[in-house]
Write a protein that binds this ligand. Structure first.
Ligand SMILES: Cc1cc2nc3c(=O)[nH]c(=O)nc-3n(C[C@H](O)[C@H](O)[C@H](O)COP(=O)(O)O)c2cc1C
Length: 265
């Protein structure tokens, strides 16, 4: 009865030996069965190996993972990219819907192009909201937008923007895009950040650095021609983007940040 008790959708009729269509195919029944009598939808049953990650080593790993914005010119080899993608089969997804598809840019010209177009799209968007017409109105309506800071940031960003500056991609040799059919009420955005986060952690165990990239997701949402250029299927939205590469920098110290506020109820 372990499978019956662990099933999140009460889909198993043990007497009839059947599984009804409320099943979300999460495979908990496969995972829990000591007799290996329930088979997965695809592939074989693989016995779990005990994990070697201790709480202390996870804490050390977490403290050492920092956003990487400085990469060596070395490419990330195809086998490593495949390994990162293969491991995504283990990551959680709301209702086990698993809507995400992955697009990986590794060609220099493609990365230079996504960098340039993201920068241009963002400069245009910030230009619109910090224009002399809109800015005074928005400052009243949305004071939290910190428009003055945004305007100063834009000035700096524009001044630094050259084809060589790579302000968005930081010359990373690979850019991972996590996309799915656009949904207003679904949880594809959460799925994408969970998958990108696990990928970032796994990458760090392989000695690779990563950078979540909100610039790219924002620009991709606004700019249809970018979605077309990078082969994002019609109706899909890029929910998370991750730069990946061999880090040029090594961090030696913890930055001493505050833990979050917590309430126990
Ligand atoms: C959702 C998300 C989007 C981010 N977008 C960018 C980005 O577009 N460009 C960038 O350089 N860093 C980006 N970052 C990295 C943050 O700036 C970084 O996590 C933060 O400064 C803390 O530094 P740490 O990651 O080294 O701890 C993003 C981080 C997250 C979680």
């Amino acid at each position: 009865m372990k499978c019956v008790n662990d099933c999140p959708s009460d889909a198993i009729d043990i007497e009839a030996g059947s599984i009804n269509d409320t099943c979300i195919h999460c495979g908990h029944c496969v995972a829990i069965c000591p007799e290996s009598t329930i088979y997965p939808d695809s592939q074989d049953i693989i016995k779990l190996k005990p994990s070697q990650v201790s709480p202390g080593s996870f804490q050390d790993l977490s403290a050492g993972i920092r956003t990487c914005r400085s990469y060596l010119g070395k490419e990330v080899d195809k086998d490593t990219l495949e390994l990162l993608v293969d491991n995504m089969k283990h990551y959680p997804s709301a209702s086990n819907a698993r809507p995400l598809k992955i697009t990986i840019l590794t060609k220099r010209e493609a990365i230079a192009s996504i960098n340039q177009q993201t920068a241009e799209t963002l400069i245009k968007s910030i230009g619109q909201i910090t224009s002399p017409v809109l800015m005074p109105i928005l400052q009243v309506l949305a004071p939290k937008l910190e428009l003055r800071r945004l305007k100063a940031y834009k000035k700096q960003f524009v001044a630094r923007q050259t084809p060589e500056s790579s302000q968005v991609c930081h010359h990373a040799p690979a850019v991972l895009l996590f996309h799915a059919p656009a949904t207003k009420y679904g949880m594809a955005s959460a799925d994408a950040y969970i998958w990108a986060s696990y990928t970032s952690i796994f990458a760090s165990t392989l000695g690779l650095g990563t950078c979540f990239n909100g610039f790219i997701t924002t620009a991709m949402k606004r700019n249809k021609s970018m979605r077309l250029e990078f082969g994002i299927p019609a109706g899909h939205q890029v929910y998370a983007a991750l730069l990946l590469g061999h880090p040029k920098v090594k961090y030696k110290n913890e930055a001493g940040r505050e833990k979050p506020e917590v309430k126990y109820i």
